[in-house]
Ligand binder design. Structure first.
Ligand code: COA
Length: 164
């Protein structure tokens, strides 16, 4: 059985991420979507909130599980018998960043193979930051995030504007 992991911040999950999840889930026996900690980011959503959103949007995928880990990706992989990392590449910048990350992961753990899926052309500009930035200005988010995530984003935007 080949288990793959799709790690990321998912703050929040977007339709671009969901496209990668959908396509990767068809290629592996099991796909674990794992909320990881990128220490250089300041997330809006807690890890639990991000996991809940991911669980809601992947509930119809029989072979997809959601988890989280605050540590090295390759340590999680070793602990869970996973050898494949799935990442999405939207553009040449992603490709370069993924190239570095794939080699770094492999240098720490030789078993870790990274597979890149090219993102759907509709989502090459999309990112979680974009959604957060334009959401603040009232842009309709339907074409960027799954329907289950919209109320969570709206609530977070209200919380943020009430706090300033
Ligand atoms: N569609 C839409 N958006 C996409 C996307 C796609 N297909 N692929 C990536 N993105 C966006 C994300 O929304 C995110 O946007 P943001 O920067 O505005 O938040 C950005 O591209 C990159 O995000 P993501 O793919 O989630 O990567 P990341 O940089 O947040 O996370 C980790 C990278 C978590 C996988 C990495 O830091 C990690 O493994 N950390 C654990 C510690 C570790 O092992 N470190 C060593 C790694 S070499």
């Amino acid at each position: 059985m080949t288990i793959a992991i799709y790690p990321g911040s998912f703050d929040p999950v977007t339709l671009g991420h969901l496209d990668i999840i959908r396509r990767a889930s068809k290629r592996f026996d099991k796909l674990i979507v794992c909320v990881m900690v990128n220490s250089s980011k300041h997330p809006w959503f807690t890890i639990e909130e991000r996991k809940e959103m991911l669980a809601a949007v992947t509930k119809d995928f029989q072979n997809v599980e959601v988890d989280s880990f605050d540590g090295l990706l390759v340590d999680y992989m070793a602990q869970n018998d996973i050898s494949v990392i799935v990442r999405g590449a939207r553009n040449i910048e992603d490709f370069e960043a993924e190239n570095v990350m794939a080699r770094a992961n492999k240098s720490i753990a030789g078993f870790a193979e990274t597979i890149l899926l090219f993102s759907d052309p509709r989502y090459t500009f999309l990112s979680s930051s974009f959604v957060k930035n334009v959401g603040k200005y009232g842009v309709d988010l339907q074409q960027y995030i799954p329907p289950q995530v919209i109320p969570k984003m709206q609530q977070k935007l209200r919380d943020i504007s009430a706090a300033v």
